[in-house]
Design a protein around this ligand. Sequence first.
Ligand code: NI
Length: 258
Amino acid sequence: MIIETHAHYDDEAFDADREELLRELPENGIGRVINVGASMQTTRNSIALAEKYPFIYAAVGVHPDDVAELDETAMEELRGYCRREITVAVGEIGLDYYWHKEPEHQKLQQHWFRQQLVIAREEKLPFIIHSRDAAQDTFEILKQENAGEIGGVVHCYSYSVELAREYVRMGLYIGIGGVVTFKNARKLKEVAADIPLDRILLETDSPYMAPTPYRGKRNCSLYLPYVAEEIARLRGITTEEVIEATEANARRVFAKLV
Ligand code: NI
């Protein structure tokens, strides 16, 4: 089966047909879905979806865009969710300097990134990292926090092949989605061909980042075979091999997936 390791099905882009679309996934080979929180509200939404659908699991955490809402009360709420059977990861957490150039906001992001890594460590859950235009600081923080011991994935990987190898050396996984199918995605194609197959996770980031031939449209997990096909083509193996390996990888890192 295909394991979708990163989607946001609580997004309003799915309001019109969420129920129908989600029911279609398992019968089309998408056997498990991790719905990822990005704020306190979308974390609650992820928990609600995981409660409703047996094949959906939750990741709980606050994205760098929304860290201003975090305080000790919110952190306790996150910890509570971590202890639920349906929660498989802390995320998405990390740094985003593309949208936030102000040093004060970047400091705030770093603080709550570290604090959420502490939760992941203490609650024995892997993390899901969002990192954009913040390669150096993300890597430094993960190294300083000994994040390899916790385990996790760098989602929607967008950096160099050299840095991807460093993450693999740390014991982390690399999340690859629709971008790998884009003609101009030279760097990511190189990463997808280079890093060990046992370190790659399939993801969409739905509703964003739809693969070719749906580029620019609403994304959904049904398009994951396009991502698997492209990875297979780049590596000279079969799509089935990519699907099997990435399922095993997802089960290894997200150990609470049943
Ligand atoms: Ni996301």
